[in-house]
Design a protein around this ligand. Structure first.
Ligand code: SF4
Ligand code: SF4
Length: 82
């Protein structure tokens, strides 16, 4: 189970690749697709490795991505019936 995920606003992205470069667990890669500005936005290559640390968000100059942690799985056990 991944501990977190990212939200990507592809239209804000300028394809600089900082998020890809600085992710400690190599979750991201630049997509082959283009956004409306002609840049390659990131997508999740290894989603299961995301910790939600938000380093990608801290390095993104355009506020196009941020990471977030999922709620504590133990605390959710009862609700999810797992
Ligand atoms: S939140 Fe952290 S682990 Fe997830 S993609 Fe961003 S930098 Fe990588
Ligand atoms: S750091 Fe931001 S602008 Fe650069 S590729 Fe990643 S999402 Fe796009």
């Amino acid at each position: 189970m991944p501990k977190g995920s990212v939200a990507i606003t592809t239209e804000r992205c300028k394809g600089c690749g900082f998020c890809v470069e600085f992710c400690p667990t190599h979750v991201l890669e630049l997509s082959n697709a283009f956004n409306a500005k002609g840049y390659h936005p990131p997508h999740m290559l290894n989603a299961e490795k995301c910790s939600g640390c938000n380093l990608c968000g801290m390095y993104c100059p355009d506020f196009a991505i941020f990471g977030y942690k999922y709620p504590d799985q133990k605390a959710q056990k009862g609700e999810q019936g797992q």
